[in-house]
Structure formats: C-alpha cells, structure tokens
Write a protein that binds this ligand. Structure first.
Ligand code: ATP
Ligand code: MG
Length: 418
C-alpha cells in the first residue's frame, strides 16, 4: 500500500470536529505538527468519532521518533519494554500516548534469535501506510490528520464502517497465528459495535483457536476485563464458547449456560453504573462450578468448602498471575455465596452477618438468585437479616459525646477566662 493509494476525506466530507477531541490531545497534535512532524489521531478514537461514539482514549501516531517526541515535551516519559512509546503527562495525572509509526520488518531483517522476534517486530519504524497495515482490523486503521483535518483510509476501513462489518487486515489465517489475541478482539469488536464478522474470520478461528493458549496471559486478562467494563462479557464469552475458544482462552474454563446467564446480570449491573471489580468477575465465572462441586448443605463444612474454592480458582489465578489480595476477595465471595446458599441456622451466623465482605457476597448471590429463582426467597431473607443487622449496629452504638477541649492550665476552651 503506497501513500497515494489512500482514500482521503477532506474536512467537509466527514463528521469529525475538533470540539470532540480532548483539548490536551489537540495541544500535542498541534505541537508535533508545528515542529514539522506528521501528527495523526490513530486507532479506536477515529473509529469511534466517525461512529458518533465517545472514544475511551485518544492515541497519537507520528513520524517523530520516541526520542524526538521526548525532547518536544518536558512532561513526557519513554515507556514500554515491548513497544516503545512516549507518555505525555497533563494535570490530574492524565496521560496521552504517542507512538511512532511502525511497520512489519522483512524476513531478512529479523534477528537470528527467534525469542527476540516479537520485541523486534514491534519496534521497526515505518510510514503511516505501513503503520496502518500492521493494525488488526480495517476500522481500527483510520487516521485523522491534524495538518488539514482530513481522515486518511489506506485499507478500506471507511467502507467497512459504513457496511458495519469487521474485516481483518490481510489474511486472518496469518494474522491470527501472528497474534492469537486478535481472535478474541474480533469477537469483542463485533459485539461492541454490533458489526458482522467476515466468513474468513470464522474459518481462521476454527483453525487456530488452540493458539489462544499460547498468548501472553497478561494480555488476555486485560482484554477479558475490557469485556466486563464494556458490559459485553456475556455475549462475547458465549460466542467464544460456541466457537470452542473458551477453554483455550481461560486456562481450561468450560463455561455453562448458567454462568453466561449470571454474566448477563453482571453486565446489567455494570450498565446501571456499578464499577466491575476483577474479583467479582472471576467469582461470577466460577460460581456455578463451585456450587456443583460443593453442594451448599450439611454434608460440607466450611473447611471443605474453602478447600474446594482453592481447587477451583487456583489454576485460573496462577495462570493469570492474580495478586494475593484479589485471590482473597474471590475466596471470600465464593465462600460467602456458599454460606448464603445453605441457608440460615448455622454456627457463626451472627459474625458472618457482621463481616464486611458479606455484603459483596450477598450482591453476587442476589444476581445468582435471579438466574435461579428458587433461591430468591433465600436471598431476600438474607437481605433483610443483613439490613436489620446494620440498623441494629446504628441503634446500639452509644451516641458520640463531644469531648470538651481543655487548655494546658485545665481550663475549658471557649468558655471565657473571666
Ligand atoms: P478501545 O480503546 O476503545 O477499546 P481501540 O481500538 O483503541 O479500542 P486498543 O486496544 O486501545 O483498542 O488498541 C489501539 C489500537 O491499536 C487499535 O485500534 C488497533 O489499531 C491497534 N491494535 C491493538 N491491538 C492490536 C493487535 N493485537 N494487533 C494489531 N493491532 C492492534
Ligand atoms: Mg484505545
């Protein structure tokens, strides 16, 4: 793809206005441009602006090298071991990411040591057209040029945006092997935007889905949390399950109809404005499996239940290197659901009701009871018990007496010295 083959939309041919672009991002774009560098808005932000959606963040592409960008902005830092970028900081700890245009290196440029390929491939600078070609989907490869406010399309992304279809740049059979995370991103974007997937994407997924297990777990973990933040965890993971991707994606996790139904409730909760925590998301994923292996009745005591929780979540947490604090929250959530599901009248109930983690377990259990309506009366009665408990706490706490401050001489302050 050469620069002149690009389709260019001039300012009057598209809907993007500078008013929609974050003001600090504009400052960075203008400054790069004033110093003679190309300065483009790149990736998801151009896609979202053209679709009339609010972009999550604004990324910048330039032909200035990271060091040249660093020199232009005092408040900037070189970041990224794998992918060298510059972060420019603004007030409120806001950061803007500037990346130098990259290209795919040729075979003969690759280092002899295959372990060094991945890092090398990410860091060969190139032209804007080459940079567009290394991206994942045509709709993610559109640029907005601050020099003349035009939109640049090298790969047919504008047509695909209009036709609401997600198309991989190049051959998916090759691009998915190159980076298996793109298979998950394909499903993610098609659900997020309600775009159709090309048939060749399905066949490439069928051929290469096992490779998801070779992707860096940290990247999969981040993409999975994106699904929860975008309230599409149920639809995306259901599709992944249907296409046989799920176990390769999540360390052997099989998924069930009920788990997906619970994720739907979680997505609705996030849509209602409650931020999603990773521990809550993971506990939701594994709740069905846990309840199956650990029936909530008198046949299982708490020690056994804790053992089962660990057996179930440890493989996931180790695979994704989940920190011990989050692991502990997952344990508390699942064990709490176990105690709620087995009903009232067990030893230690009062302490359980007062425990700060119980409220979160009840939240998860309440969503679970919407999937299992037979549990609704139980979740309601626990709700009442926990509410009574907090009212009791408020009433039984003695009123706080304000201590009178005394001066060193023993006199009460503010009462005059006369
Ligand atoms: P959003 O930030 O709204 O989730 P986005 O499109 O900006 O969506 P990011 O994950 O922030 O997605 O990635 C930024 C851009 O980087 C993408 O638009 C795409 O052009 C490119 N990109 C991201 N991941 C890949 C990948 N695995 N392979 C190729 N290009 C990628
Ligand atoms: Mg982004």
């Amino acid at each position: 793809m050469t620069e002149n083959k690009a389709k260019i939309l001039t300012r009057d041919q598209h809907s993007i206005s500078r008013k929609q672009i974050d003001s600090d991002t504009l400052k960075v774009l203008y400054r790069l441009n004033r110093h003679g560098y190309k300065a483009y808005l790149v990736g998801g932000s151009v896609r979202d602006l053209l679709l009339g959606r609010q972009p999550k963040d604004f990324d910048i592409g330039t032909d200035a090298t990271p060091n040249q960008v660093r020199k232009l902005f005092r408040n900037s830092f070189l970041v990224g071991r794998r992918f060298r970028l510059v972060h420019i900081y603004f007030s409120g700890n806001k950061q803007i990411e500037v990346a130098t245009f990259r290209r795919h290196p040729r075979e003969d440029e690759l280092p002899d040591d295959p372990d060094k390929h991945f890092h090398f491939v990410q860091n060969v600078f190139g032209s804007p057209a080459e940079d567009a070609a290394r991206r994942d989907f045509t709709i993610n490869a559109l640029f907005y040029n601050i020099a003349d406010f035009s939109v640049i399309d090298y790969l047919g992304g504008l047509k695909d945006l209009n036709q609401q279809r997600l198309r991989v740049i190049g051959d998916p059979q090759i691009r998915f092997v190159e980076d298996p995370v793109r298979m998950l991103r394909a499903i993610e974007f098609s659900k997020r935007l309600n775009f159709a997937l090309d048939e060749n994407i399905y066949s490439a997924i069928a051929n290469h889905k096992e490779r998801l297990a070779t992707a860096a777990p940290a990247r999969i973990r981040e993409e999975i949390m994106e699904l929860f933040r975008h309230k599409i965890s149920a639809v995306v993971l259901e599709q992944c399950r249907h296409l046989g991707m799920l176990p390769h994606l999540l360390a052997g996790y099989p998924g069930t109809d009920e788990s997906i139904a619970l994720l739907q409730k979680i997505d609705a909760r996030t849509a209602a404005g409650i931020p999603i925590e990773e521990s809550f998301a993971i506990a939701a994923l594994y709740l069905r499996l846990f309840m199956d292996t650990c029936p909530p009745d008198r046949s299982t005591d708490l020690t056994q239940a804790l053992q089962k929780v660990n057996e179930i979540i440890n493989p996931h947490c180790s695979y994704f290197t989940i920190a011990s604090g989050i692991r502990q929250q997952i344990r508390e959530l699942l064990l709490g659901c176990f105690r709620l599901a087995r009903g009232h009248g067990y030893r230690g109930e009062k302490r359980f009701l007062h425990h700060p983690a119980t409220l979160k377990s009840l939240e998860l259990f309440t969503l679970w009871s919407q999937v299992h309506p037979d549990l609704l009366p139980l979740s309601k009665s626990w709700s009442r018990a926990i509410n009574n408990c907090s009212t009791e706490k408020k009433i039984s706490r003695p009123p706080r007496r304000r201590r009178k401050k005394t001066s060193r001489s023993g006199q009460v302050k503010g009462q005059g010295q006369a």
